[in-house]
Design a protein around this ligand. Structure first.
Ligand code: AMP
Ligand code: ZN
Length: 134
């Protein structure tokens, strides 16, 4: 009986994409359970500096809604995703990299190099970035 209830609870916490919201490091940052160097927050998104920066300016913008990866984005998320680009250019301006330029990157899946299973957009700038990426 206990096992049956336990299984149901586990399913409840699983989200599409197989990642548990409870274990998601970015959901923990959103909830303030682990610290971050926050640069922006509103009701839809939060932005914080990447812990392991690849450029003089390197911050992440994430939706407050847990979405595991780009494949899980739906039509109803359109407003959030569009908003992320507006927030990106505003933060870029605040950090003084809007004129020199920057790059927005979202890695998806193993080949894309995604390591955190909560959709996030890297914004990189402050130096000349190489192309193509490795
Ligand atoms: P990706 O490899 O595209 O999934 O990007 C995940 C990014 O999250 C990496 O650049 C990490 O350095 C960054 N990251 C992981 N944990 C944290 C954290 N606690 N605070 C800030 N950035 C993080
Ligand atoms: Zn999450």
């Amino acid at each position: 009986m206990f096992r049956r209830i336990f299984n149901i609870n586990i399913e409840y916490y699983k989200v599409k994409g197989g990642e548990s919201v409870e274990d998601c490091i970015f959901c923990k940052i959103i909830k303030g359970e682990i610290p971050s160097d926050k640069v922006y927050e509103d009701d839809m998104v939060i932005s914080f500096k990447d812990i392991s920066p690849c450029a003089p300016a390197h911050f992440l913008i994430i939706p407050k809604k847990h979405i595991s990866n780009l494949n899980e984005i739906t039509e109803e998320d359109s407003k959030i995703i569009a908003h992320i680009y507006i927030v990106a250019k505003e933060i870029a301006k605040k950090l003084g990299i809007d004129k020199t330029g920057y790059r927005i990157v979202a890695n998806c899946g193993e080949d894309g190099g995604q390591t955190v299973q909560h959709v996030h957009f890297h914004v990189l700038g402050g130096r000349l970035l190489q192309w193509p990426p490795g």
